[in-house]
Design a protein around this ligand. Structure first.
Ligand SMILES: *Cc1c(COP(=O)(O)O)cnc(C)c1O
Length: 618
């Protein structure tokens, strides 16, 4: 049995029991049963399942760890948190989030006008809103409107020009003013793929010189009382805690120095986001070297030390973690449509009476292979294959010889794997690559796992059932786009093995986990595949069951075309006309063909192939 590393990436959110992946909450439903229930209603294609209780769990963990650290260190500042909307803006995520976190006063962070509108509409009363990113006069005015509505809003300035605009808007719009934050440019660099968010060459933030200038501008324009927060963000998915500690020391000292320069209401340090999510399925490939307790302890301790040394008040701590809060709440389910194997057995071998000598040698290797020389024979067979392919290119052997070569090498690999199965030999995993099975999945990686395509981010993947059977197939995964990048190849460093199944007789589903951060909004409609059908699994507080809520079907083909600004009425008209005019379709048949076409246009574009024995697959 293989557990697909569930203990690394799932925390205790999901467990394996009775060979199935189960939600580790309340009555512990199996994901496969949830999926089957929804598919019985006729929904096909990929499914995105949301678990709102996991959103709450993550936010609670952040609050609890920081509260523990604050208690432990007798820290006098408060802890506050906001959710950065850019990580997941979908209403079926955001609305449960604000509702579930009412008691915590958890706010929202906005980085654009549209996000700010969402924050102004849905942030719970008295909870903070922070605004980052580049702002024009209109966006700053929007911040003033939010303040007038009674929101506790902080506009974080990314450059001096924004401060000048604030001064201008303050004159025309009057009080109450929003609070003002300054994003600081740290000399300690960010890390990881997102390093551009921090460091001296970062896209954002004020240098020391600009900070001094900002303070003098704020004083001159009587806005210094509004200045209450400094902000930094060293990048997403912080794998190593050391750069964060460095950034904290730098930010803490800037905080203290700005207070000494007369920023009397400066009382908060906003440490941005970046808390990492553990995506790994394999031991020794961990994505982060710290726990949340260590993280919160370091933040509190460092800021306390600096405040003590510089004799300033201990600042309130703001955090803007997004990935950590949202990643675990959703799971992508992809039905397996087809297995493409190079499944050659001896029947595929059509040896001639006289074969090229190297083919004869391959045959000999195949027949005489044994445990002792297995790896050696394997290497020999690869060498022979190379030579035979060269001979083919030069015109010395024919296609039948080439086919026999392919089949024999394949048979040799399989035999070696079988002979050495009981050894966990590194070479064995390596040669699995040669016999990998391609699993065709009814989903689009471009739509549902864009960071796999863009950043090589891997997401944990696991079959929803059969987990009490050993998976024997080295697997690579293909999506249904016609793009060769829509493939997750077999990786010998982090190999994936799946079960041998007969798709004509049985269903097989893969779950991709931790897809709740960034993936949805970054997803693209390559080949015009849309957001999958989605729904939330909501557990009742009192009763022992769950409800399926907020079911949102994938967009239909006509909707997608409409979004691209096609005139869909015209498309329908043209198609109907072409059928009417066709001499290939008999008059009695025209209505039926038109009907079929209309049904298709009103469905989503994912595949609905027919299940050969008993109905529909896909
Ligand atoms: C993107 C972003 C975040 C969220 O980062 P995560 O790595 O998802 O926690 C927080 N703050 C700012 C300013 C950001 O740009």
């Amino acid at each position: 049995m293989v557990d697909y590393g569930i203990n690394y990436w799932a925390g205790d959110d999901f467990i394996i029991e009775d060979g199935k992946v189960k939600v580790n909450y309340k009555n512990k439903p199996a994901l496969i049963d949830i999926v089957k229930k929804v598919r019985e209603e006729g929904y096909r294609g990929p499914l995105l399942i949301r678990f709102p209780h996991l959103i709450k769990k993550q936010v609670e963990k952040i609050f609890q760890n920081f509260e523990n650290s604050i208690k432990e260190h007798h820290y006098k500042g408060k802890f506050k948190a906001v959710f950065p909307l850019k990580v997941n803006h979908y209403p079926n995520f955001v609305l449960p989030l604000v509702k579930l976190m009412e008691h915590r006063c958890y706010g929202l962070e906005a980085g654009s006008k549209s996000e700010l509108i969402v924050a102004m509409a849905y942030t719970n009363d008295n909870c903070p809103i922070t605004v980052n990113g580049f702002k024009d006069k209109e966006m700053i005015s929007l911040g003033f409107i939010a303040a007038k509505m009674g929101h506790d809003i902080t506009l974080t300035i990314e450059g001096l020009n924004e401060l000048e605009t604030i001064i201008e808007v303050a004159k025309t719009m009057g009080k109450p003013y929003p609070k003002i934050g300054l994003r600081i440019r740290l000399h300690s660099a960010g890390i990881g793929i997102w390093a551009k968010s921090g460091g001296i060459n970062s896209k954002f933030g004020l240098t020391a010189t600009e900070l001094v200038e900002a303070i003098s501008l704020l004083k001159k324009n009587k806005l210094i009382e509004q200045f209450s927060m400094i902000h930094f963000h060293i990048g997403s998915q912080i794998s190593d805690i050391a750069p964060l500690k460095k950034a904290l020391r730098e930010a803490g000292n800037i905080y203290a120095e700005l207070r000494k320069m007369g920023a009397k209401n400066l009382n908060a340090v906003n440490i941005g986001g970046g808390l990492a999510v553990e995506y790994t399925q394999h031991e020794n490939h961990q994505n982060r070297n710290y726990t949340l307790a260590e993280f919160s302890g370091n933040v509190v301790f460092t800021l306390k030390e600096i405040a003590k040394n510089k004799k300033e008040r201990e600042p309130d701590i703001f955090i803007e973690s997004g990935r950590y809060v949202s990643a675990s709440h959703s799971v992508l389910i992809a039905p397996v449509l087809e297995l493409f194997s190079q499944e050659y057995d001896e029947k595929a071998l059509h040896l001639k009476d006289v074969n090229p000598p190297l083919v004869e040698e391959l045959l000999d290797l195949y027949n005489t292979i044994n445990e002792r020389y297995a790896i050696e024979y394997l290497h020999d067979s690869f060498e022979h294959m190379e030579s035979l392919l060269t001979l083919f290119d030069l015109g010395y052997i024919d296609l039948q010889d080439r086919s026999n070569t392919e089949v024999l090498v394949h048979l040799i690999i399989k035999k070696v794997i079988k002979i050495l199965k009981h050894k966990n030999h590194k070479d064995i995993i390596r040669i699995q690559e040669q016999v990998q099975e391609r699993y065709l999945l009814n989903c689009s990686f471009f739509q549902s796992l864009p960071d796999y395509w863009g950043l090589s981010q891997s997401f944990p993947v696991i079959p929803l059932d059969r987990l009490n059977k050993k998976p024997t197939r080295s697997a690579s995964l293909w999506d249904i786009t016609c793009d060769s990048d829509g493939e997750i190849g077999f990786n010998t460093e982090s190999p994936l093995f799946l079960h041998d199944i007969d798709v004509n007789k049985e269903e097989y589903f893969l779950g991709f986990f931790l897809v709740g951060a960034y993936q949805e909004v970054l997803g693209m409609r390559h080949n015009l595949f849309t957001h999958p059908t989605e729904f939330s699994v909501v557990f009742d507080d009192e009763e022992d069951g769950y409800e399926i809520e907020n079911l949102l079907e994938a967009q239909t083909i006509l909707d997608v075309l409409d979004d691209l600004d096609y005139d869909t009425k015209e498309i329908e008209r043209i198609l109907k006309q072409k059928i009417d005019d066709s001499v290939q379709i008999s008059d009695e048949n025209k209505k039926e063909v038109l009907g079929q076409l209309y049904v298709m246009l009103s469905e989503n574009g994912y595949l609905r192939t027919v299940f050969k024995s008993e109905g529909e697959l896909g």
